[in-house]
Design a protein around this ligand. Sequence first.
Ligand code: ADP
Ligand code: KDG
Length: 313
Amino acid sequence: APRIVTLGEALVSLRSVGPLTIGGPLSMHAAGAELNVAVALARLGYASSWGGVLGDDELGEFILRSLAAERVDTTHVRRDTRPTAIMFLEARTPEVSRIFYHRKDSAGARLSPHDVDRLLDRDLAWLHLTGITPALSEGARAAVLHAAQTCRRRSVPFSVDVNFRSKLWSEQEAAEVLPWLTEGAEVVIGSPEELALAAPAGKTLEAAAEELLASGVGEVVAKLGAAGARAFTGRHVLDAPAFPVRAVDTVGAGDAFTAGYLSARLDGEDVAARLRRGCLLGAFAVGHLGDWEGLPRRDELDLLDRGPGETHR
Ligand code: ADP
Ligand code: KDG
């Protein structure tokens, strides 16, 4: 089976049911954009590996245990004396969530190019990267750029989800680094604003997509939230609607979308089917608390085809 590898920082996300200042119960989840993609692909039956640095602590142990339960390979995960990062997801009101990171000088930020070399072995069929990793530290930035460069040199296809995180770096910093990451990627995914950051001259989504395609990117995919998604291939522009579902927790939807899109591509499906699978996984993700807990196994992909409120007997 082709092995799909992702690398980045995994965090423990602690989700509140109300204002954090009031306290109360928190639920504990393994998170991190790349980890989410690795789990989503493993659920669909792919051989999937996640690489990164975890703290030599209970939280690192929790993440390893979660990945093992989901059949994600963690052979090349390194442990470090720094702590595993934490992220609070505060349900401040039912409509407004806030994210607070405790990830400065975390273990995950200690990622280095050396870690990447161990991870990108001969089985590698596809590498997935995000724009979060280069914002973590100098070493992590070097690591992720080295990973992309290794793929270009070895002609291994890779994808990039821009995933701009304003709490980690500025738009200016991101705009300087992202083109080095996305150059030559088979698939670049982001919101319209994120795609414009990765293509600094491109102000509109169309202009950004055109610029990215001109830089050697194969497909540019815009995530449009409840409006679905749009793909630009150079020859076609295709739209897909979101699935009508009740959104419980939208964090992680983008990663689910990415995994769905990539999986359909790896299955040899056309662009329309890739968009559809992306939106389908996004819909599964938003229906459940946690970034990836609600994602489908391959035999569950048609669950949302029947109407809402359906009990399958
Ligand atoms: P991100 O989480 O990166 O901001 P989006 O919010 O665009 O990404 O979500 C990714 C995908 O998940 C969307 O393209 C859509 O298919 C699906 N999705 C997101 N929100 C909803 C929603 N409220 N209802 C149905 N599908 C959704
Ligand atoms: O995509 C979901 C992520 O936002 C979350 O799991 C944590 O990777 C993360 C980040 O840096 O925000």
